[in-house]
Design a protein around this ligand. Structure first.
Ligand code: URP
Ligand code: ZN
Ligand code: ZN
Length: 480
């Protein structure tokens, strides 16, 4: 009788702190032992491969509900397939709110849809309308149901919150014990520049970058940090595009504030001039904050190495290039202002970061694991996820560190009709993905059933406790 249900044999295990040779023994969906010559009912040969924790993508948009009805094009089934193809086993996606409405109904509908997931999943709750009922009743309710992070946008119509509403959300999160994630760009500055650009006849995708230069991301980051400090509420700054923004985060961290920074693969491989491709093609690269310049990539790697930015997520967005629902929803001649933002990247995240980071000698494999699995799991309270140790969920990716691949859209396995990374050569590739002890992807073939993913209800955890340091020692969040 074998000791384990599954043994991953002969690989090199990589965690955020160590690299060592071991077999991984799995029982009842959990890692039961790390050892030598383990025997299992099923064996997965990992000779010559790295065995790493399955990727944890804590910022991706999958089947997100749309105000006009329905949801974006990436469904839970297709999005899960892309995750597993790319070595990711857990995601945190977004339940949304539409202005004038509450958060409970969309959350119920979103949970129903996520019932078809094939990876494990948690949610951030987007707040776009900080009404009294949302702030005092609904936020505590969704947090108690395990949605332990809120997302706010400081820009975008119709999503953005003004400073007063943002402060109210910070205070509500402090009371409820949730983390707040923030999209930092200055709303008024973007609108002012956008109007000027359009008045001057500059409407093509390339002007997306002109409308939102780096200092408006830096300003909003500085403001978000100052307001979070005033409330004494931990925050994560989403999708940091450049070092000027990371500097604001580093300064806050040196002062002992609970401020974390996330960045995404696009900010290491895309540049503003990608949006200047002929015709409408630049729309494929439109995301916010906008990709910067080639010289920014190396500086961002420095911020990663220093630990200022400690999570790399995909910010996957489900907008196709062709058809009439995605990038062209307002027609091919739409001004940049009216083209949906975001790019797909669920399956590309790990290969790009491994290739640009590890294969090119910028980070070691342990740092790769920390950035893409361990740190996001820890920051968002995903118990049992993001590491390889007895007792953890048996979420693993078997990785060929030498395999060279040219990225194509077919390899991404998402529902979107393009990848912004078409033709990019990467070194390092996922060979198999294991979710809670089940081999869910092998050699690119996904073998998982819709509904096999589990909801990750997130309870309270220490890391996101406020520091207790308050301006004038007065906790205004108890009153307003
Ligand atoms: O352009 C982006 N990043 N789109 C997705 C939504 C967001 O801002 O995170
Ligand atoms: Zn955002
Ligand atoms: Zn996003």
């Amino acid at each position: 009788m074998p000791d384990f249900d599954l043994v991953v044999r002969g690989g090199t295990v990589v965690t955020a702190s160590d690299t060592f040779r071991a077999d991984v023994g799995v029982r009842d969906g959990r890692i039961a032992a790390l050892g030598d010559r383990l025997t299992g009912a099923e064996t997965l040969d990992a000779g010559g491969l790295l065995v790493m924790p399955g990727g944890v993508d804590t910022h991706c948009h999958i089947e997100q509900l749309q105000e006009a009805g329905g949801a974006d094009e990436e469904t839970w089934e297709s999005g899960s397939r892309a995750c597993l193809a790319g070595g990711t086993t857990s995601v945190v996606t977004f339940s949304t709110q539409f202005k004038g409405g509450g958060i409970l109904e969309p959350l119920a509908e979103y949970r129903r849809r996520a019932g078809r997931a094939m990876v494990d999943y948690g949610f951030h709750q987007i707040i776009t309308d900080a009404s009294d009922d949302v702030i005092w009743r609904q936020i505590p309710q969704v947090v108690s149901e395990g949605v332990r992070s809120l997302k706010v946008f400081l820009t975008y119509d119709p999503l953005h919150l003004d400073d007063r509403a943002f402060i109210r959300v910070l205070a509500a999160a402090r009371r409820a014990g949730a983390l707040v994630t923030v999209h930092c760009e200055n709303y008024d500055a973007i609108n002012w520049r956008t109007e000027a650009l359009l008045a001057d006849g500059r409407a093509s995708p390339k002007y997306h970058a002109w409308a939102r230069p780096r200092m408006i991301e830096r300003e909003a980051t500085h403001r978000a940090i100052a307001l979070a400090e005033m409330v004494d509420q931990p925050i994560q700054i989403f999708h940091v595009s450049c070092s000027e923004v990371a500097e604001e985060i580093a300064r806050a961290q040196h002062r002992g504030l609970k401020v974390w920074g996330e960045t995404c693969p696009q900010y290491f491989v895309s540049v503003a001039s990608d949006m200047d491709r002929p015709g409408f093609e630049g729309a494929k690269f439109m995301c916010s904050p906008a990709p910067r310049e080639a010289g920014d990539h190396e500086k961002l790697w420095q911020d990663v190495r220093r630990g200022t930015l400690d999570v790399i997520s995909s910010d996957h967005s489900g907008w196709s290039y062709g058809g009439t629902r995605g990038k062209r929803v307002n027609g091919e001649d739409a001004p940049f202002r009216d083209i949906p933002n975001g790019m797909p990247g669920l399956a590309a995240r790990l290969p790009i970061i491994f290739s640009e980071g590890v294969a090119k000698g910028r980070i070691d494999p342990q740092k790769f694991v920390a950035l893409t699995a361990t740190n996001p799991a820890r920051l968002f309270g995903l118990a049992g996820k993001g590491s390889i140790a007895p007792g953890m969920d048996a979420d693993l990716v078997l990785w060929d560190p030498a395999r060279k691949t040219t990225l194509t859209n077919a390899l991404m396995q998402h529902a979107i009709d393009y990848t912004p990374y078409e033709g990019l050569e990467v070194t390092g590739w996922p060979v198999a993905t294991v979710l809670r002890g089940r081999v869910a992807m092998r050699d690119g073939k996904v073998r998982a059933e819709p509904g096999s993913g589990r909801f990750l209800a997130r309870g309270p955890y220490d890391l996101i406790q406020p520091t207790g340091v308050l301006a004038h020692d007065f906790d205004a969040s108890q009153f307003a």
